[in-house]
Design a protein around this ligand. Sequence first.
Ligand code: NAD
Ligand code: TYD
Length: 353
Amino acid sequence: MSLLVTGGAGFIGSNFVHGWLASSQAPVAVLDKLTYAGNPANLAAVQTDARFTFIKGDIGDRSLVEKILIDCKIRAVVNFAAESHVDRSIHGPADFIETNVVGTFNLLESVRAYWGRLDEASKQKFRFLHVSTDEVYGSLGPEDPQFSEENQYQPNSPYSASKAASDHLVRAYHHTYGIPVLTTNCSNNYGPFHFPEKLIPLVILNALAGKALPIYGDGSNVRDWLYVTDHCSAIRRVLESGRLGETYNIGGWNEKTNLQVVQTLCSILDELRPRSDGLSYSTQITFVKDRPGHDQRYAIDATKIHQELGWKPAETFETGIRQTVQWYLDHPDWVAGVTSGSYRDWIQTQYGQ
Ligand code: NAD
Ligand code: TYD
C-alpha cells in the first residue's frame, strides 16, 4: 500500500512518517506546502530512504494531487495538512478557511476523481483518513463527562470551526459518494518536532533562554495530553481496522491544567539542566492576558478505539513529558534552526518562491 501523507513536514505528520517507515515496508509520499510550520529538518532522517518521496505543494492544487495519486499508485491518504494554531486563527482566520476548509474540499475532489477510476477491488481497499481534533466539540465544564464520538459539534475558535467544517465534508463524501473515509479526533499532542508556538515547546525553549513563561489567564484551563507517537499508533490502527465512515476519538486520559503542565516542565528542567543561579525555572512563570474565547476544558473518552480496535497509549504523561524535555535538550541544532528561522532560508534556496 503506497501512502500519501499530507502535511508530513509538520509536527504530527513527520512523527507519523518516521513511525510508518519503521514499522511497514510500504512507500510513503509526503505532500506539504512548507508553510512556516512545515520544516524539512523534521524529515531529514528519512531523506535517503528509497521508500520516501517528498513533494512540495498544496492540498488544494487538484492537478498536482491527482498526478501524485496516479504516479505513486496511492492506496491510502492520511490528511494532516492544516493550519493548526488557535492563536494564529484568532489574529488571521483567512488561511484557516483556505487550507482547512477549501483545501480539504479540493483534496476530497481529487480523491473522488481518482477513486472513481479504480477497479472494484482497489476501490474497496482505498482509505482516506482525516486527522482532526477534539476542539470541534467545544468546551467542557469541570464536572462534564469527557467528549465521546456522540457529542455535538460546538467549535468556538476559527481554528476549531474550520476543522469542524472539514470533518463534515469528509463525512459527506462518504455518505454521498461512497469514498471509504475514516476520521480521528485527537486531544493535545506533545513530543519531538513540536513547533515552539504551542505551549509545551514554547515553555521549554523560553525557560532555557531565560525568558518569561507566559500562562494565559489564571492557568486553570485543562487539556488532555497525548504523546505524539501514541497518536500515530492510533492512526495506524484506525487505518488498518477502523470501520468505514466512523469517527474515533483518541486521547491519553491525561487531563492537566496549564499551570500543572508548566510546573512539571520547570521541575524536570530544574533536574536535567539546572539554572546557573540555583533558582527554579518556575520563577520565570508570568501570568498574561487570556486568549479571547479560551476554551476551559477538553477531555477525550477514548473507549471506542480501545474497545473496538484494542488501542491504548504506551506512554503516561510522566514518561512522555520527560522524553520530550530530553529531546529538546538533545537537539540543539533543530532548536537553533527553528528559533532563528534559518530553515526558512533553506526552503527559499531549495524551492524558490
Ligand atoms: P503543524 O502546524 O505542525 O503542521 C501542519 C503541516 O501542514 C505543516 O507541515 C504545513 O506546512 C502543512 N500545510 C499547511 N497548509 C498546507 C496546504 N495547504 N497544503 C499542504 N500542506 C499544508 O500541525 P500538527 O500539530 O502537526 O497537526 C497536524 C494535524 O493534526 C492538523 O490537521 C491538526 O488539526 C491535527 N491535530 C493536531 C493536534 C495537536 O495537538 N497538534 C491535536 C489533534 C489534531
Ligand atoms: P496550545 O498549545 O496553543 O494548544 P490549544 O490551544 O490547541 O489547546 O495551548 C494549550 C493551552 O495552553 C491552551 O489552554 C492555551 C495555553 N497557552 C498558554 O497559557 N500560554 C501560551 O503561551 C500558549 C501558546 C498556550
